[in-house]
Write a protein that binds this ligand. Structure first.
Ligand code: NOJ
Length: 513
């Protein structure tokens, strides 16, 4: 791996879905100034880094993952000046900011695509992937057909309105499939580097990269995509060594080799992430099994040769909220895990107060079942939970209708709230390097059949035992660790024996050893 920005060593991220965070102009949709206004809240929680979902101009067919102008903040969120001001205010508070880069596709409204649809050859003819006859569809991919004078079908990446940008084929097999180093794919690569350069020069601190693992096509082992990102890494090492990049890839052994500093474990892919939080019997629900997760985690950990950070998010805008499957004290226990693992933690806005996943909502901007995880942040008990002064009918997504919905206002002053527990856990993490992003991990109990999860985190001579029991009943962990001092505890006191620790039901302990 190339250079790693030092600020990542103890970064704890907070993900903001800008539509739903804070609306300061009363139009029912969140905006950049709303984020700026709430930076002190993020600081109070203890997060020192942000990831903001796409906030660029877009027709919003996929909530902004369908960009129509990479260089312009969407007017509904504010202006480029507003975002620069937000970067500055965040930096004053010691908070770094990642934007969301969508390099794989654009909206079909993007001017590049409009040019690319034309029958006459022009600068953008090869910016997207077109077959050379309307009668041929790209095998294995969706396509747009019959919408242009140009004769051909255009490959799409996600929804039908998101044509795939052309980064070439690792193994071209048809005449219209261009090699990665052909002129068209290289021009696309350069165009994306220009976008990156533009925002980094405006003061953003890096990017979360959408679908980072799928840029080059016919690339079974991802060798082409890895090479492409290594090229980007070289440019970043030269021009912006302090910029941080996190990939939506889900295979750390590949993405970290590609030069990303961090990769997410996600609800798709081989990680068994769902076993912990989102399945019929999630481990943190008290009856599940974490052992497949641990096995896969260790495989990635070894294979990635500690080149970068493996990040386990509390959730994100694409999956049900954490509180959908896990409740009450067990939410605190899940956070004890999330905030004691290596890699940078990512907290999805509202998860720190246990916001609910709302079922049955009408899809908004291509959200479909994801819409229920994207409802407005619940700040207080004023109108619209303090999110917006707009009439309730004009809100981007309705507020959680539950009269007992959690709010920041209620939780921030309550020492027993989820917010206070998350804040405490972040502060414990920030006081011990062994618990931070680069500390090593060694498992001593893998959570098989609902048994506890236990691991030793270590860094530079400091060693911390983390033991977590989400089950109802007490459980014993065999270990000869010599406990020097307990630095965090949830639930009843553990029983420390000569060669074991007995954790009570729904209990956690972190101890210096
Ligand atoms: C992953 C993003 O997280 C998701 O929200 C989006 O719909 C797809 N990529 C397509 O860009």
């Amino acid at each position: 791996m190339g250079k790693r920005p030092e600020w990542l060593d103890n970064a704890v991220f907070y993900e903001i879905y800008p539509q739903s965070f804070m609306d300061t102009d009363g139009d029912g949709i969140g905006n950049i100034n709303g984020i700026t206004e709430k930076l002190p809240y993020i600081k109070e929680l203890g997060c020192n880094a942000l990831w903001i979902n796409p906030c660029f101009d877009s027709p919003f067919g996929d909530a902004g993952y369908d960009v129509s102008d990479y260089y312009k903040v969407a007017p509904r969120y504010g202006t480029n000046d507003d975002i620069v001001k937000m970067f500055e205010e965040a930096h004053k508070l010691g908070i770094h900011v990642l934007l969301d880069l969508v390099p794989g596709h654009t909206s079909w409204d993007h001017p590049w695509f409009k040019e690319s649809m034309k029958a006459e050859r022009n600068e953008y003819t090869d910016r997207y992937i077109w077959t050379d006859s309307i009668w041929e569809e790209p095998k294995g991919y969706g396509s747009l057909r019959g919408i242009s004078d140009r004769d051909g079908s255009c490959l799409v990446n996600f929804f039908s309105h998101q044509p795939a940008l052309n980064y070439g084929f690792y193994k071209p097999e048809r005449p219209w499939q261009q090699a990665m180093d052909a002129e068209g794919p290289m021009a696309t690569r350069k165009a994306m580097m220009d976008v990156i350069r533009f925002w980094l020069s405006k003061g953003c601190d890096g990017f979360r990269v959408d679908m980072a693992g799928s840029l080059v096509k016919n690339d079974e082992d991802s060798k082409g995509t890895i090479a492409l990102w290594q090229d980007v890494r070289n440019f970043l090492d030269k021009e912006y060594p302090n910029a941080a990049f996190v990939s939506e890839w889900g295979e750390p052994d590949k993405s970290l080799q590609a030069g990303f500093h961090m990769d997410f474990l996600l609800h798709f892919g081989p990680s068994h992430y769902n076993d912990l939080f989102r399945c019929g019997k999630p481990y943190f629900g008290g009856e599940g099994d974490a052992s497949e997760f641990v096995k896969k985690y260790l495989e990635s950990y070894e294979k990635s040769e500690r080149k970068g950070l493996i990040c386990i998010p509390s959730g994100n805008h694409d999956m049900e909220r954490l509180a959908y499957y896990i409740h009450d004290d067990r939410l605190k226990i899940a956070f004890a895990f999330l905030l004691s693992m290596p890699g940078a933690p990512y907290i999805y806005y509202g998860d720190e107060i246990g916001m609910r996943y709302i079922e049955g909502l009408t899809s908004k901007e291509g959200g479909y079942s994801r819409t229920g995880a994207r409802s407005p942040m619940q700040w207080d008990d004023s109108v619209n939970a303090g999110f917006s002064s707009a009439p309730a009918n004009d809100l981007y997504i309705p507020i959680d209708p539950d009269a007992k919905r959690p709010t920041v206002k209620k939780q921030i002053t309550d020492d027993n709230s989820l917010f206070s527990e998350v804040k405490k856990l972040i502060s414990v993490r920030q006081s011990h390097k062994a618990l931070q992003n680069l500390g090593d991990i060694e498992f001593i109990s893998d959570g098989a059949n609902g048994k506890p999860l236990a691991y030793i985190r270590s860094f530079d001579g400091e060693k911390i035992l983390v033991a977590i029991n989400p089950a109802d009943n007490p459980a014993e962990i065999k270990t000869d660790c010599n406990i020097v001092e307990q630095i965090y505890k949830f639930g009843e006191d553990p029983e420390i024996k000569k060669d074991s620790i007995v954790l009570k039901g729904k209990a956690v302990v972190f101890a210096l050893i």
